[in-house]
Design a binder for this molecule. Sequence first.
Ligand SMILES: Cc1ncc(COP(=O)(O)O)c(C=O)c1O
Length: 374
Amino acid sequence: MFERVYLDHASTSPLRPEARAALVEQLDRTGDPGRIHAEGLTSRVAVEDARQQVAELLGARPREVVFTSGATEAIAAACWGAAARGAHQVVPAVEHSAVRLAAERHGPVTRVPVDGRGRVAVEDVLAAVCPETALVHVQWGNHEVGTLQPVAEAVAACRERGVLVHVDAAQAAGHVDVDFRALGADLMSVSAHKFGGPSGVGALLVRQGLRLPPLLVGGDQERARRAGLENIAAIAGLGALCGSLAGGGVAADGEEQRRLTQRILDGVADPALGLVVYGDPVGRVPHIVCLGVEGVEPQAVLLGLDRLGISAHSGSACSSESLEPSPVLEAMGVDAHHSLRLSVGWSTTDADVDRLLAVLPTVLADLRALARTQ
Ligand SMILES: Cc1ncc(COP(=O)(O)O)c(C=O)c1O
């Protein structure tokens, strides 16, 4: 019997032991960090230590870190806060639905096209900016095909134009080195569960000096930037994770993830398999590859792999009930109905890749044979 092979880290990555240990330790404690009793102060220390560790890993100042429930909330808060300054937002066509849909809530959105690899041109982003533009979004790395965006150039250009810029780094943090201060972005969203932290926690990084109205109001947690009692245990887990990755851990993990995904790309290169690579095979986040699968429905491929113990995902099949074309692939002008995303992470081994490469050709051959008989 084979153990299961988990190749869906881009959806959510298993909890790393160091994050789990810190999370479990906090779960047994009680204490509102906003209170001045001993329990409250202990929680406050846990949250502030975590803030320091997150800030250090991401090249931010601790005060620039606002803990949220994940990237979706961080993005919604960025969109909400910026909307107080103007109605219009600029959204590259391959942004995550959390960005696309949150931006659309506040007024007109200009969708910026991408090239065949899913990359946006900085000139096109700038051309979409108008006097009413409150916020420009540029994701760091794409969640479906992995393509890296020219974030540094886009951020520099927006800053020069004096327009706020938000970077969705949910698929970058923990996989590539992120330096918020060096990048110069106004806002950045990250999510813990995408790189081995607990689910239900993330952060919005807010550039020092930038004041935006908060999405969640009520208490004055997070310096009145995000109301509601902090998810202390999850925050402690995220902090421990960031602490363990500081000092070169991200680069080392990224290198290993790139080696593993490159093995996948090399292993599926045989034209007889009928697979094409979507996205940029080089300029991509290290942990994601996306394949176009000719002539086979993605659901069938996913179920075939799952039956043989392999977990993967297809952007062409966003929910288990419906078969939707992938907006990312549509924007890239490729077949948006037949894709397979394979994403590795901290727990992925060579044996996992071996198993995938052994099984995938058989799954595809069986499905194609079945299709011919129908
Ligand atoms: C690029 C990107 N942005 C945002 C999100 C939302 O993240 P979260 O699950 O933390 O809300 C995801 C998750 O799929 C993502 O891949």
